[in-house]
Design a binder for this molecule. Structure first.
Ligand code: FAD
Length: 441
């Protein structure tokens, strides 16, 4: 079914590549450096500064949403990596400043606006920007900052730190004395800024020439709405069931919030798409108000949550609205008339809130799909599984033999953590497990 290359260890490979790149830039700094060392503390502090700077520059690549990379690594994994690396990068830059102040107390004078206003202003700006970026990332919700404004501010602050960082590296000149080294740092920084411009400006501009429109909307169980999207004046996109897209609603894709949603319709050859969206936060809680005729812009498809050609059997574990990408896979298999034996363990608060339940029951009646709804608060007459998706419950249903089986899990974070850990305990190979995490911030 899938045209996406199978690359099960893509994330590990990408992390090694990333480490290699960071090491390479340290190597570039040291090669041909004519001066003797300045003591361990100073050299260590300077090294941290270079590493933090390179990691910060790479952050722009991690968030540039390249489709090919998302198909190998998974965009959710990439964005989680971006978040983790972000903390290290900012910590390294702060440590760079702290260690140098400690090792050479004379440097503290650099904060004195009276001595060298430009240098002091730059240093203060970086320190404040670093603090702001850390505080708003850790406590965004408590501070009442919307995701959209946080994202704009986050990119702007990162850009400011990067720009001042480059000027600082070039002005200090230590380890960067030759023209080729200066060119290396300048072009690396320009590439990072270019990626920001590409992701935030060029891509939305390109999307403007391929508009979509919302042709129908209807409510689903579980406080969700399905939006049918139809391409206007173009042939739409070709996707693999299980993939997702970034959706912008409104007259223009420029400077508007983009939200990721899995495609819930099957890959049936139609140019129309459906996304099913749960009412959750400031954007999605108003999704039911979207009128047919509303303009939309689609960036995608992304992701590697797809069934590959070698799959002989599939196990799906879904929780709540995490059913959407799985629904697309099941609909496609059913539509194509070649369903493979599948098991769907579906965690739901109650049957009334189970999105797509009737259609799933219909597929299960007609295709080799074993549907196991797991109801958290069951009604009186319920005789199926109840409670949460626990290891014991999984053991009751999962196949003993893993060969040919592909495993998919998508749902709330605690459920996914528990299910993934239990898959590992049961010896399910990582290469056969696909996870899609909806919480990427
Ligand atoms: C790969 C993927 C597929 C998804 N598929 C679906 C789906 O099929 N159906 C569905 O209902 N939900 C899906 N989601 C979740 C959906 O994107 C968020 O629920 C939605 O963006 C929340 O927006 P909000 O402004 O209403 O919520 P808020 O309350 O503002 O935010 C809640 C959380 O959603 C995330 N979020 C908010 N805005 C954005 C944004 N612009 N970009 C990225 N993340 C954001 C953040 O983690 C935030 O903490 C998916 C998420 C991902 C990553």
């Amino acid at each position: 079914m899938s045209r996406i290359p199978s690359f099960p260890h893509g994330l590990i490979f990408s992390k090694l590549l990333y480490l290699g790149l960071v090491a390479l830039t340290l190597g570039v700094a040291v090669i041909g450096h004519p001066h003797p060392g300045r003591g361990f503390a100073v050299e260590f502090g300077v090294g941290l500064g270079f590493v933090g700077f390179v990691m910060l520059a790479c952050q722009f690549a991690l968030t540039a949403k390249f489709r090919r990379i998302s198909q190998v690594v998974g965009l959710d994994s990439l964005l989680h990596f971006h978040r983790q690396i972000g903390f290290f990068s900012y910590a390294f830059i702060l440590l760079h400043v702290g260690i140098l102040f400690w090792a050479r107390p004379g440097y503290i004078a650099y904060l004195d606006v009276g001595a060298d206003p430009l240098r002091a202003l730059a240093l203060w700006t970086v320190l404040l920007a670093l603090t702001a970026i850390l505080v708003t990332t850790l406590w965004r919700e408590k501070l009442g900052i919307s995701y959209e404004w946080w994202r704009v501010g986050h990119a702007a602050l990162a850009f400011v730190i990067l720009f001042i960082g480059l000027v600082h590296i070039l002005r200090v000149g230590w380890y960067v004395s030759t023209p080729w080294k200066q060119g290396f740092w300048i072009s690396g920084t320009l590439a990072a800024v270019g990626l920001l411009v590409y992701a935030r400006l060029l891509k939305p501009l390109r999307a403007r020439s391929r508009p979509w429109t919302v042709t129908r909307t209807w409510p689903e169980r579980g406080r969700s709405w399905t939006l049918e999207l139809t391409p206007v004046g173009h042939e739409g996109i070709s996707f693999q069931p299980g993939q997702f897209l970034w959706l912008t609603l409104g007259e223009t894709p420029l400077f508007r919030a983009q939200h990721p949603f899995s495609i819930s319709s099957g890959a049936t050859g139609s140019d129309q798409l459906e996304v099913t969206i749960k009412e959750l936060g400031d954007h999605t809680s108003r999704i039911g108000e979207v009128e047919p005729g509303t303009s939309a812009f689609v960036d995608g498809p992304f992701g590697n949550f797809v069934l590959d050609d070698g799959a002989e059997e599939a196990v799906f574990v879904a929780g709540g609205v995490g059913i959407t990408p799985i629904m697309s896979i099941l609909r496609t298999l059913w539509h194509r008339g070649h369903p493979i034996p599948s098991l769907l363990i579906y965690g739901i608060p109650s049957p009334d809130e189970a999105t797509f339940l009737e259609e799933l029951q219909e597929i299960a009646a007609d295709a080799p799909l074993r549907l196991v709804p797991v109801v958290e608060t069951p009604p009186g007459e319920w005789d199926g599984e109840t409670g949460l998706v626990t290891p014991e419950l999984l053991d009751r249903h999962l196949p003993e033999d893993h060969s040919g089986v592909r495993y998919f899990v998508c749902g709330p974070e605690p459920m996914m953590d528990g299910v993934e850990a239990h898959f590992r305990r049961r010896g399910v190979p990582l290469s056969r497990t696909h996870s899609e995490r909806f919480n990427i911030a």
